[in-house]
Ligand binder design. Structure first.
Ligand SMILES: Cc1cc2nc3c(=O)[nH]c(=O)nc-3n(C[C@H](O)[C@H](O)[C@H](O)COP(=O)(O)OP(=O)(O)OC[C@H]3O[C@@H](n4cnc5c(N)ncnc54)[C@H](O)[C@@H]3O)c2cc1C
Length: 448
């Protein structure tokens, strides 16, 4: 009998198993893969809150030593407007990294085993064991069809977005949205590394690039599903380089002068939350929450989720709170942690062109001492969209609208509604907020 069985031994599962083992619990960690097994589809980016978890767990130096440089600035170029800002700092961490995915998985797995988790590879979980409606164990098959039957006080599904455990448990999805875009990406050699994530929005294309491991650079483009075509490698070279050429001709030229050194990869992900817990079970990582990769937040979310879940399970198993209550708290806190960024990611994932008013706002962010940093912090899961789009923040941003240029009559009207009156009139401010919301598309919706 184990205290916990964790199914899935990559980012979320290995981190959960490591934390529970460190807390003194007897943990069985199962995965159908044999490590190092397969190459996970990922563009590798790990935002500062993920880096902070690695630092807390004593794994940051090991990760940085895999040969990936720190990234301190993120940017967005949309049409003629370019925003590039330093990341905010959280608990002393203001860097992102883009480590080789297999190496990060292995570091977490080794840490789980070192902490005392019992790892069994090549075991596919196929059934759950329940008693009076409470999950008490798993049944599976090891290689050679050897049956595996194990029991635990709690079973954790960390088995990815197509989670077998979620299916067996009937954990329903909510806030579910289909795949919104698909991306092509690959690795480039020879591009200068300047510690920046660059993203671009133009003509319903989202191009992206950032330094990753071993001197390589991730280069790719996401396209709305309707525009995406399966194509040859040469066609993809053309599609991606021409997406850059429209918004950053210099970078496009650099891409032509340097070399793609891996095959093109293609990825797309639906968007959903799943019920995160029930009697004797919980889901963590992509199994419980899957979002479009456009904000590159899955690994960061998986690490934060693992920390939250391990803390709640510890409270329950130690008897400080009844386990069902502890798991319910995990569910509430997980939803509170991710819901705002989930909505922001979905909107980003539609790859809608920015409106004239949105561009005026982004330009204002480049002039404000705080909004640019907060905008990239929002992308990096560090600033809650509700905070960024709070009326006070938007009103403060209006002060940085460029003087002398015409931001459009709608924004002029909004600005005068907010600032024109000698003292703030609540009705006028509310009306102004509604106008901003109406004309700012997705950005403005947060305001109301
Ligand atoms: C195209 C693309 C790009 C991405 N880019 C980024 C990025 O730049 N940054 C970022 O943070 N995130 C990115 N992500 C998301 C990120 O890859 C995921 O969020 C992350 O892998 C989730 O980790 P996980 O441990 O929860 O699940 P997974 O990594 O999916 O691991 C699940 C594990 O469970 C095991 N398993 C499954 N079923 C069973 C079973 N029945 N029995 C036993 N074992 C089982 C599997 O073998 C696997 O090892 C990207 C995703 C895609 C698709």
């Amino acid at each position: 009998m184990y205290d916990a069985i964790v199914v899935g031994a990559r980012i979320s599962g290995a981190a959960t198993a490591m934390l529970l083992s460190k807390a003194g619990y007897r943990v069985l960690l199962l995965d159908r893969a044999v490590f190092p097994g397969g190459k996970a589809a990922a563009t590798n980016l790990l935002h500062p809150p993920g880096i902070l978890r690695l630092k807390r767990w004593g794994l940051l130096d090991q990760m940085a030593a895999t040969g990936c440089p720190p990234i301190r600035e993120y940017g967005l170029r949309s049409g003629p407007v370019e925003l590039m800002a330093e990341l905010p700092v959280v608990d002393g961490v203001g860097e992102a990294y883009s480590p080789e995915r297999g190496k990060l998985d292995q570091i977490l797995l080794d840490a789980a085993v070192k902490a005392g988790a019992e790892l069994r590879e090549g075991v596919s979980v196929r059934e759950l064991i329940t008693e009076d409606g409470t999950v008490t164990g798993v049944r599976g098959e090891a290689e050679g069809r050897t049956p595996v039957v194990e029991h635990a006080r709690v079973v954790v599904g960390a088995d990815g977005s197509n989670s077998t455990l979620a299916r067996l448990l009937g954990a329903e999805k909510y806030d579910s949205h289909p795949v919104l875009n698909k991306s092509h990406w690959s690795y480039w050699e020879g591009l200068p590394h300047d510690g920046r994530v660059r993203t671009y929005r133009h003509a319903h294309q989202h191009a992206f690039t950032w330094p990753t491991h071993d001197g390589l650079t991730i280069v790719g483009v996401a396209l709305p599903v309707r525009d995406f075509k399966a194509s040859s490698d040469e066609d993809r070279d053309r599609t991606v380089i021409s997406a850059f050429a429209k918004v950053d001709p210099e970078r496009a030229q650099l891409l032509r002068e340097t070399k793609r050194v891996d095959r093109w990869m293609t990825g797309s992900v639906p968007n959903f939350l799943r019920r995160s817990h029930g009697p004797g079970w919980a889901l963590v990582g992509d199994a419980g929450y899957t979002r479009d990769p456009i904000t590159a937040a899955g690994i960061t979310d998986a690490l934060r989720g693992a920390e939250l879940l391990a803390e709640c399970i510890d409270t329950g198993l130690a008897g400080r709170t009844p386990l069902p209550e502890a798991l319910a708290r995990y569910g509430r806190r997980r939803d509170a942690l991710v819901t705002g960024h989930f909505r922001y990611t979905r909107e980003h994932a539609t790859i809608a062109n920015h409106t004239r008013e949105e561009l005026a706002f982004i330009r204002a962010m480049t002039r404000s001492p705080t909004h640019g940093r907060d905008m990239v912090g929002m992308f990096a899961t560090m600033i809650d969209p509700a905070q960024f789009y709070a009326p006070a923040s938007i009103h403060a941003l209006l002060r940085y609208m460029e003087p002398g240029t015409d931001p459009g009559w709608k924004l002029r009207m909004v600005r005068s509604l907010i600032h024109g009156a000698p003292r703030r009139i609540p009705g006028a401010t509310r009306l102004a907020d509604q106008l901003i919301a109406k004309n700012l598309g997705p950005m403005g919706e947060y305001l109301v």
